[in-house]
Design a protein around this ligand. Structure first.
Ligand code: NAG
Ligand code: NAG
Ligand code: NAG
Ligand code: NAG
Ligand code: NAG
Ligand code: NAG
Ligand code: NAG
Ligand code: NAG
Ligand code: NAG
Ligand code: NAG
Ligand code: CA
Ligand code: CA
Length: 690
C-alpha cells in the first residue's frame, strides 16, 4: 500500500516547476501582494478582503486566504475562502464574500425543506440530488467526501456549507467543518486540500509543505465560459474540488470535470472528435520524444550539449533542448521561454505537459483606448471570457465584443465585434473605431448634481462628484524641476480637455511638458499613476497673444481617462441643443489655493467681441490658476447645465490672469463658430489604430 502522499511526487515536480518560475522581483513584500497571474502588485490591504483585485482574483483564493483556527478573528465573519469580513455583513442580504458564503441559506437560516427541494431539481425518488439537468445522484452522495456528480455539485460549497456554532471552526473551502485534529497532519481531509495549505499550517510542527493542487487546461480541452478558473502567467487552471467545463478545441463538444487534490482530473475527458493524427514519425513519438505541437515555420530547436548550443531538427533523442520562436513571435506559455527540457533515452520527456506555441499577439491597448467603447474578450467566437487587459491571452482568434462605455448610450443595436488575426492584428477595429460616433452617444451631464454645489472660494471642501469634469493641468517648470499646477481644464471627451489658450501658448509649450491630473483633489493628484500624458496641444487660430481674446485651447491626452464615478464630461451647448441663456446667473468651479474644489457665483453680461463677462457676486474672487475653468449656466430645452465660456482674464486691470479679480472676469464664449472648431478637432483626434 502506498501512502497517499507518495502519489504526489510526479505532480509535485510539475507543480513546483510551474510555481517557482516566472516570479518577478517587482513587488514590495511588506506592503504589496504580487498577483501570480501577471506579476502585478496590489496593496497588501487588498489581499483576502473578499474583493478581487488581481486579474483572475488570485488575491481572494482559498489557497492564499484560508487561515488556521488559531488565526481566526472572533469579531469577523470568515468566508469559506478564509477572507474575513465584518461580522455584521453576514446575512445582510448582500453578497460580500467572493464565494457568496456569507449569504448561503445554510448560514442565514432558511427552510431546510425548500433547500432540499432546490437540490432535488427534477430528480425523483432516492436519487434526489440533481448534478446537471438529468443527472441525479442519491442523497447519500451529498458531502460524503467522494465526488459523485460529473460537475462535483454533490461536494460543492452550495450544497455542503455548514454553519459553525461557536464561531471558531475550521472549514474546508467547500464549507465542510473539520475536526481540528485533522488540520496540518500531512493528510488531506478536505477535498480541496485547504486543511494542508502553507498559509494554514506554516507554523505547524512536523508539517511538510505541498503546493496547492491545481488541474490545468489541456490543449485539446479548453475551459468553456462557465468555468471560473485561475491563471498563473499564461497557464489556466482550477484548484482542487473546483469544477471545470471544458470544450473541445475543434468542436463545441463540452464536458464537466472536477479537479482532485492530487492534481489529477477526476475522470478522463471524452475524446475530441476529428483530432488530426500526426503521421510524422520524427515528431509523433516514434523516432524521438513526441513534439506534436512542433511547427518548423515558427520555432527552432536548440540542442544543449557539452560543446555548447547548436540548432537541431526533429527527431529529438536523449538530449537537452530549448525551443525558440522565430522572428518576433511570442513564446507561450512565456514562463517556459528559454527553459531547457530533457528528452530521455526511452523517448519520453522528464517534464510533463510542455506544449509551447509561437504566436503573434494582439494589442490590449488598441481595444481599450477607444473613447466610447469598452471591450469584452472571448476565447474564440463563443468561448469563455478572457481578460482584455491580459496581453498573453489575446492570441489569434480572440473575439472582442464591444459595448458603449459607461456614460455613453447605445444609438444602434448593431453588433460591434472584432477578432484577432493570425498576424496579431485586430480585424475590423479601425473601421469600428472611426465610426464610434454612430454607435454610442454621450450622456454629457448625466449624474452631475449642480444643485448640491454650495461652495465658495476658501470655504469647505466640496465633493469631486459635483464638478466631475474638472481636471488640473500641470506644466514642467525647469527652474524647480517639478510639474506645477498651471490651469484648470474641463473634460469634454475622455481624452480631450478644454482650457484657456494662454495656458498652453508659450515657448515651452510642448506636449511632453504637460500632465493632466484626475478630477477631485488637486494636491493629492500628483501620484504618477493618476496622471495623464499629453499627445497634442491645440490653440484656437484666432487667439490673440496681445489682448487674449479667443482664449481657448485644447489638450489631447495620450490615453483616455476611465469613466469613473467622479470623472464625467461636461456638456457644451451643442451636446444638448441650441438654446442658450446667456443672461442671468452663472457659476465657475475650480480649485482654491488649498487644492480643494470650490465654486464662485456671478452674473453674466452681454457677450462682446467673443467674450462673456462674469460679474462676480460680492466676496468671490477668481485667480490665476482658475484660468481655463468653465463658466456654467443653463442651456438647452431641458434646462441642462452647460459650459458656455472659458475663464480667460481679469478685465478690471487689463491683466491676463496673473492676479485675482473680484468683480469682472472675461471668459471666452463657446460661440457656434468655436463649437464647430472644437467638434472638428474632436473628429480629427479619434485615435484609431493604423
Ligand atoms: C490521484 O488520485 C486518483 C484517485 O484517488 C488516482 O486514480 C490517480 O492516479 C491519482 N493521480 C496521481 C497523479 O497520483
Ligand atoms: C425540470 O424540467 C423542466 C423541463 O425539462 C424544466 O422546464 C424545469 O425548469 C426543470 N425544473 C427544475 C427545477 O430544474
Ligand atoms: C507516427 O507516425 C508513424 C508513421 O506515419 C505511424 O506509423 C505511427 O503510428 C505514428 N505514431 C503515433 C503515436 O501516432
Ligand atoms: C517545414 O517542413 C516542411 C515539411 O517537412 C517543409 O516542406 C518546409 O520546407 C519546412 N519549412 C521550413 C521553414 O523549414
Ligand atoms: C523512461 O526512463 C526514465 C528514466 O530512465 C524512467 O523514469 C521512466 O519511467 C521511463 N518511461 C517509460 C515510459 O518507460
Ligand atoms: C457561453 O457561451 C454560450 C455560447 O457558446 C452562450 O450562449 C452563453 O451565454 C455563454 N455564457 C456565459 C456565461 O457567458
Ligand atoms: C441631487 O441633489 C438633490 C438636492 O440636493 C438631491 O435631492 C438628489 O438626490 C441629488 N441627486 C443625485 C443623483 O445625487
Ligand atoms: C518656475 O518656478 C520658479 C521658482 O518657483 C518661478 O519663479 C517661475 O515663475 C516658474 N516658472 C513658470 C514658467 O511658472
Ligand atoms: C487632498 O490632498 C491632501 C494632500 O494630499 C490631503 O491632505 C487631503 O486630505 C485631501 N483632501 C481630500 C478631500 O481628499
Ligand atoms: C473692479 O474693481 C476695481 C478695484 O477693486 C475697480 O477699480 C473697478 O472699477 C471695478 N470694476 C467694475 C466694472 O466694477
Ligand atoms: Ca459525494
Ligand atoms: Ca488534514
Amino acid at each position: 500500500m502506498s501512502h497517499p502522499l507518495l502519489r504526489f511526487e510526479g505532480v509535485l515536480l510539475a507543480l513546483m516547476f510551474i510555481w517557482f518560475l516566472g516570479l518577478s522581483d517587482g513587488c514590495d513584500e511588506d506592503e504589496e501582494f504580487e498577483c501570480p497571474e501577471d506579476g502585478r502588485c496590489i496593496p497588501i490591504d487588498g489581499l483576502c478582503d473578499a474583493k478581487p483585485d488581481c486579474l483572475y482574483a488570485s488575491d481572494e483564493s482559498f489557497t492564499v486566504c484560508k487561515v488556521h483556527l488559531s488565526d481566526m478573528m472572533a469579531d469577523k465573519y470568515h468566508c469559506a475562502t478564509g477572507a474575513a469580513i465584518p461580522g455584521r455583513l453576514a446575512c445582510n442580504g448582500i453578497v460580500d464574500c467572493s464565494d457568496g458564503s456569507d449569504e448561503l441559506p445554510q448560514v442565514c437560516g432558511s427552510d431546510p425543506g425548500k433547500l432540499e427541494e432546490r437540490f432535488r431539481g427534477n430528480c425523483t425518488g432516492q436519487k434526489d440530488l440533481e448534478c446537471l439537468p438529468g443527472e441525479c445522484v442519491p442523497h447519500s452522495a451529498k458531502c460524503d467526501n467522494v465526488i459523485d456528480c460529473s460537475n462535483g455539485r454533490d461536494e460543492s460549497l452550495e450544497i455542503c456549507m455548514q454553519t459553525c456554532e461557536e464561531n471558531k471552526c475550521f472549514q474546508c473551502a467547500n464549507g465542510v467543518l473539520l475536526d481540528s485534529k485533522d488540520l496540518c497532519d500531512n493528510k488531506m481531509d478536505c477535498l480541496d486540500g485547504s486543511d494542508e495549505l502553507s498559509n494554514v499550517c506554516g507554523n505547524a510542527i512536523n508539517w511538510k509543505e505541498v503546493p496547492p493542487a491545481a488541474c490545468h487546461e489541456t490543449l485539446e480541452h479548453r475551459f468553456s465560459n462557465r468555468t471560473v478558473f485561475q491563471r498563473r502567467n499564461a497557464l489556466r487552471f482550477v484548484y482542487a474540488n473546483q469544477a471545470a467545463e471544458v470544450q473541445c478545441w475543434n468542436s463545441d463538444r463540452k464536458s464537466w470535470n472536477v479537479c482532485m487534490n492530487n492534481g489529477s482530473w477526476h475522470h478522463d475527458f471524452p475524446p475530441c472528435i476529428g483530432k488530426p493524427v500526426n503521421r510524422n514519425p520524427d515528431t509523433n513519438g516514434t523516432n524521438g520524444c513526441p513534439i506534436n505541437w512542433y511547427n518548423n515555420e515558427t520555432m527552432i530547436i536548440i540542442n544543449w550539449n557539452d560543446d555548447g548550443e547548436s540548432i537541431a531538427l526533429p527527431p529529438i533523442r536523449n538530449s537537452r533542448v530549448t525551443f525558440r520562436c522565430l522572428e518576433d513571435l511570442t513564446f507561450l506559455p512565456y514562463e517556459f521561454k528559454d527553459k531547457p527540457i530533457t528528452c530521455q533515452a526511452n523517448k519520453t520527456w522528464i517534464e510533463m505537459d510542455f506544449h509551447p506555441r509561437c504566436t503573434n499577439l494582439c494589442s490590449p491597448e488598441q481595444i481599450s483606448e477607444m473613447y466610447s467603447l469598452t471591450p469584452r474578450c472571448y476565447n474564440g467566437d463563443n468561448g469563455s471570457p478572457i481578460n482584455c487587459q491580459d496581453k498573453y491571452s489575446l492570441v489569434p482568434n480572440t473575439h472582442v465584443k464591444f459595448e458603449c462605455a459607461s456614460g455613453f448610450i447605445h444609438k444602434t443595436s448593431d453588433p460591434m465585434r472584432v477578432k484577432c488575426t493570425e498576424d496579431g492584428e485586430w480585424e475590423g477595429l479601425r473601421d469600428l473605431c472611426e465610426k464610434q460616433e454612430r454607435h454610442c452617444n454621450y450622456e454629457c451631464n448625466h449624474r452631475l448634481n449642480y444643485s448640491e454645489v454650495t461652495m465658495s472660494k476658501g470655504g469647505d471642501a466640496t465633493d469631486s462628484l459635483q464638478a466631475s469634469w474638472l481636471v488640473p493641468i500641470y506644466k514642467w517648470n525647469s527652474t524647480t524641476s517639478r510639474h506645477e499646477f498651471v490651469c484648470t481644464g474641463n473634460l469634454i471627451r475622455l481624452d480631450i480637455v478644454l482650457t484657456a489658450a494662454h495656458c498652453l501658448n508659450d515657448r515651452n509649450s510642448r506636449p511632453e511638458n504637460f500632465l493632466v491630473g484626475p478630477t477631485g483633489n488637486r494636491s493629492a493628484s500628483m501620484d504618477p499613476k493618476y496622471l495623464h500624458r499629453v499627445r497634442n496641444l491645440e490653440v484656437y487660430g484666432a487667439y490673440s497673444k496681445i489682448n487674449h481674446i479667443y482664449d481657448v485651447g485644447i489638450v489631447v491626452l495620450e490615453r483616455r481617462m476611465d469613466f469613473k464615478q467622479d470623472q464625467r464630461i461636461v456638456c457644451l451647448p451643442y451636446n444638448v441643443g441650441s438654446h442658450l441663456d446667456l443672461i442671468g446667473d452663472a457659476m465657475v468651479s475650480s480649485w482654491n489655493s488649498d487644492g480643494y474644489l470650490a465654486t464662485v457665483y456671478g452674473r453674466l453680461s452681454e457677450p462682446r467681441n467673443g467674450d462673456l463677462n462674469v460679474v462676480l457676486h460680492d466676496g468671490y474672487t477668481l485667480c490665476k490658476g482658475d484660468s481655463g475653468s468653465g463658466v456654467i449656466t443653463t442651456c438647452g430645452l431641458d434646462n441642462h447645465k452647460c459650459l458656455v465660456a472659458v475663464v480667460s482674464r481679469n478685465v478690471g486691470s487689463g491683466d491676463h490672469g496673473t492676479f485675482c479679480s473680484n468683480n469682472v472676469t472675461a471668459a471666452t464664449l463657446i460661440s457656434p463658430h468655436l463649437q464647430d472648431y472644437i467638434q472638428q478637432l474632436i473628429r480629427n483626434n479619434i485615435n484609431c489604430p493604423e
